[in-house]
Design a protein around this ligand. Structure first.
Ligand code: UGA
Length: 350
């Protein structure tokens, strides 16, 4: 039996980390070392003998991290705050976790000569106004400092630049991927969604379950390409299986066919919610939307991104990957999941 490839995933309980770990374990060809302070998304995986999990904060785990970087072949640091509400409410925390912690990890990967797979973001393109965003030619356009929304975009941009420079001058081998609005069950925990901090699909669907109107920020004409988490993770698996081919590449991982404005998304969520066979009638009758200003929803310091569409030509050419899951399917999966969580929540109250 060939030796199993060893992969370290930091932030293994996150949305991407949990799906990726589950998929990797299903091959029985990888040994996964995972770190996270929470375990609610991966609790069902912890009995797998190929999964070695430490539940703790990064700040208390530097020795463990260094030790595992030495041991593993591929390092995937996924721990980050990626919710726009926090870019406004606590930009320093975003800086500490997303930038400082990750820079430390990247330096260790360079030191021990390991392969880095790093999450960049669709947000690096900012307000760029080309029809499709291309990894190697599109300019990054961001707003003024007083709009702290841009802290996340610029942190990720600088890390992309640092990683690339280490590959040129420090021998680092890497692949950076840019998720474009990956969605699906377990995106943000139900508690986040209840407090209004969640990303848009969860926020809309959770409001419908709580009999609150969907809140459309601004005029709703801003658009996103929504990508099913399973499509995204399939692409990550291709990267893991083809690290040499992906070396020094930045890849957009998104679904340009799933472009919707936020207004269209609200209408679609209501439509699918009303069609769902199990949702109670009174919730269906209450389903509606309203418009709110960004100041009201996020607070001062927010600025929206009006248009975002990836070119996926590069990832198609190198990895032969294309997304296959349509938006209705992704949203229906999310409705099923949130509805079952909502039922559990109500059962506990009784
Ligand atoms: C996201 C986050 O920054 C990251 O999760 C990520 O790196 C990246 O973009 C991505 O997933 O590609 P954004 O696309 O603005 O940013 O994420 P959402 O919070 O889901 O917002 C999407 C749009 O919906 C925004 O225009 C926002 O104003 C709007 N929105 C959000 C509403 O109209 N109502 C809501 O309740 C929530």
């Amino acid at each position: 039996m060939p030796e199993k490839k060893k992969i370290l995933i930091i932030g293994v309980n996150g949305f991407i980390g949990s799906y990726l770990t589950e998929k990797l374990l299903s091959f029985n060809e990888y040994e996964i070392y995972g770190l996270d302070r929470d375990s609610y998304r991966i609790a069902h995986l912890t009995d797998d003998s190929n999964f070695i999990f430490l539940q703790d904060d990064i700040i208390r785990s530097w020795d463990w991290i260094e030790n595992k970087i030495k041991k593993c072949d591929i390092i995937i640091p996924l721990a980050a705050i990626a919710m726009p509400k926090y870019y406004i409410e606590n930009p320093i925390k975003v800086f500490e976790i997303d930038f400082e912690y990750n820079l430390e990890i990247i330096k260790m990967v360079v030191k021990y000569g390991k392969y880095l797979i790093f999450p960049s973001t669709s947000e690096v393109y900012g307000k760029s106004n080309t029809d499709y965003f291309h990894e190697d030619t599109t300019d990054f356009v961001v707003g003024p400092i007083i709009n702290t929304r841009w802290i996340y975009s610029t942190i990720k941009q600088l890390l992309d630049r640092v990683i690339y420079s280490y590959s040129l001058h420090g021998g680092l081998k890497f692949c950076c991927f840019r998720p474009f609005n990956w969605i699906g069950p377990k995106l943000d925990s139900i508690e986040y969604a209840k407090t209004g901090c969640s990303r848009v699909t969860n926020s809309f669907l959770m409001n419908l379950l709580l009999k609150k109107p969907i809140k459309i920020v601004g005029d709703g004409r801003q658009g996103r390409c929504f990508t099913d988490i399973k499509d995204g993770v399939d692409c990550l698996i291709q990267i893991i299986m083809n690290t040499e081919m992906c070396n020094q590449q930045f890849f957009n991982i998104g679904n340009p066919d799933n472009y919707l404005t936020v207004y269209e998304l609200a209408i679609k969520c209501i439509e699918l919610f009303k069609k769902h066979p199990e949702i109670p009638k009174d919730l269906k009758q209450a389903a509606k939307f309203e418009f709110v200003s960004s100041d009201e929803y996020y607070g001062k310091g927010y600025e929206d991104i009006f248009y975002r569409k990836p070119s996926i030509d590069k990832v198609k050419a190198i990895l032969m990957w294309s997304p296959v899951i349509g938006i209705d399917k992704s949203l229906n999966n999310s409705i099923d999941y949130l509805f079952s969580e909502w039922n559990k929540m109500n059962d506990q109250k009784i």
